[in-house]
Design a protein. Sequence first.
Length: 154
Amino acid sequence: MPVADPPPGFTWSTMVPELLVSDLDASLRFWCDLCGFAVAYERPEDRFAFLDRAGRQVMLEEVMAPGRRWVTAPLERPFGRGINLQITVDEVAPILASLDAAGWPLFLALEEVWYRVGTSETGVRQFLVQDPDGYLVRVSQGLGLRPAMKPSFP
């Protein structure tokens, strides 16, 4: 199978998480089939894929594949403990429906929440899900800004 180059007009983000995964194929099914990402390019010989969803990007690399791996401690499930990857999308509903149709469990059900930002609040509709290795993914849809309901602290 030929290896594709990045699509025309492709631009690398200035910050892209690279996730070590136990099974690249299972991770690609989650990220691409359920969450709507596409493979921008890949290195099959390294079990590596660079994914993009309208400028939202993530790299996946199978941990037991050949090549360099920067592992700082033993990998135990769930991977990525202490981090969640927020992905802002125009609409959370299509991803939520795809996950539901696949029977994929949510870590946190869909919620609407407002976070204080200075003297304003920013609203989001969001849910959290874990990928096949346990990385926590927060899918978020912006709801806009409003005046803060609570005063800020000095």
